[in-house]
Write a protein of this length. Structure first.
Length: 267
């Protein structure tokens, strides 16, 4: 998997991505990350790539030609027009299924805006996907690009030591991840759930599934629309919702339960 980032701050990308899991994957040759400095394609001695927008308005706008030439340098080198992701609040919100889809690409280009944006004409010329990581404003597209590359990298075969972890953790299957525990067995009076100490793998998997459904219903009920739940699990969700309506402070109830909950029994 080859990532190419069009940016005004290449050192930010390289320093951020050459660590931890992505850094190890780069060292193994499973990933490559190239940060292309858009300023290198400016036609002036000061490497200025922005100018005032036509029609007036606050701030400066990134010009089309340096962006286009930076893109062309990648396309010509790899011998084809790559998929180009423009990071913008106006784009489709990034999600796990998108990460899986983008991980299938051999080359992926991220275009990071700055200032007040980028000349619309070059966006129309080169961009294939417009993506947002949330409804808030950031200084530039570098942080969103790194968020996406981190998530996409985890879907690339061999990047994770345990490939299963990339499929079972938060948001996989539209359910949040179950709670995790490590040693000691008791900490500050809180004990590890007995089922996790039992060694009974089927019961452990059943418990983890119940916790994932419970947490999703509690904290991200919007995800349940896409989750593949059984009739029994939907009945449990409906009972939990009824209980939460009857509880004055559901958050405190969850805290007292240690962030976990057993599935209600069928009546």
């Amino acid at each position: 998997m080859n990532f190419h980032v069009l940016t005004l701050f290449p050192e930010m990308i390289l320093q951020g991505m050459n660590t931890s899991i992505t850094g190890r994957a780069i060292a193994k040759g499973l990933l490559s990350i190239e940060a292309v400095n858009i300023r290198d394609f400016a036609f002036n001695k000061h490497q200025k790539v922005d100018d005032y927008p036509y029609g007036g308005g606050a701030g400066m706008l990134m010009q089309a030609e340096p962006v286009y030439l930076a893109y062309r340098s990648i396309a010509e080198r790899i011998g084809r027009k790559p998929r180009v992701v423009f990071l913008t609040p106006a784009g489709q919100v990034f999600h796990q299924d998108m990460a899986k889809e983008l991980a299938k690409e051999e080359d992926l280009v991220f275009l990071c805006g700055h200032y007040e944006g980028i000349d619309e004409r070059v966006l129309e010329e080169i961009v294939t996907d417009q993506v947002s990581i949330g409804d808030y404003v950031l200084t530039g597209g570098e942080l969103p690009a790194m968020v996406m590359m981190d998530s996409i990298s985890r879907m690339v075969p061999g990047v994770l030591n345990n490939q299963e972890s990339g499929e079972t953790e938060s948001f996989a299957g539209s359910l949040l991840e179950y709670p995790q525990y490590s040693r000691p067995e008791e900490w500050h009076g809180k004990k590890v759930p007995e089922v996790l100490l039992s060694g009974h793998h089927a019961n452990i998997e059943k418990w983890r599934r119940e916790q994932s459904v419970f947490r999703t219903a509690k904290w991200r009920p919007d995800l349940l629309k896409k989750a593949d739940l059984t009739n029994k699990e939907w009945n449990a969700v409906r009972k939990w919702r009824k209980e939460w309506k009857e509880t004055s402070d559901p958050a405190e109830q969850l805290k007292q339960e240690g962030g976990t909950r057993k599935e209600p029994q069928e009546e």
